[in-house]
Write a protein that binds this ligand. Structure first.
Ligand code: NI
Length: 133
């Protein structure tokens, strides 16, 4: 973990993979992760943790299922935050691309504890270390 300030735009510029979060720092036992996203992620659920989103660039959609067959989508423009409560099935997407910061317990899997089939372009990860040149 760095003991110097971390520029999030520099962090985002250090990698190009989509749906492949980088851990920029930690707070107690939580990760601060940044990710570039484009197109659709997968429907998934985190059984034991809420998930915090902050949109840094572009716009992020998050589909939400209420567990009784209902579905809605929230749209987060740049600068918006949103929390998906634990146990709520959700699917991030960004038709025009976006970058985001997520805050969640270290070890949280990007595709949750349960998920639909994962396409090749979606990384299944607990976050990669940020490597800076
Ligand atoms: Ni999630």
């Amino acid at each position: 973990m760095s003991d110097e300030p971390i520029d999030l735009q520099d962090a985002l510029a250090s990698f190009s993979e989509i749906w492949s979060p980088r851990i920029v720092t930690r707070v107690n036992d939580y990760d601060i992760r940044v990710a570039k996203v484009a197109g659709e992620h997968v429907w998934h659920v985190h059984d034991d943790t809420d998930e915090f989103f902050l949109v840094l660039d572009g716009a992020l959609n998050i589909g939400l299922r209420d567990g009784t067959g209902g579905e809605r989508t929230v749209t987060l423009p740049k600068g918006s935050v949103f929390v998906v409560p634990k146990g709520v099935e959700h699917k991030p997407s960004a038709p025009d691309g976006a970058s985001m910061l997520v805050f969640e317990p270290s070890g949280t899997l990007s595709v949750g504890d349960r998920h639909e089939e994962v396409p090749d372009y979606v990384d299944v990860t607990t976050g990669h270390p940020l490597t800076r040149s």
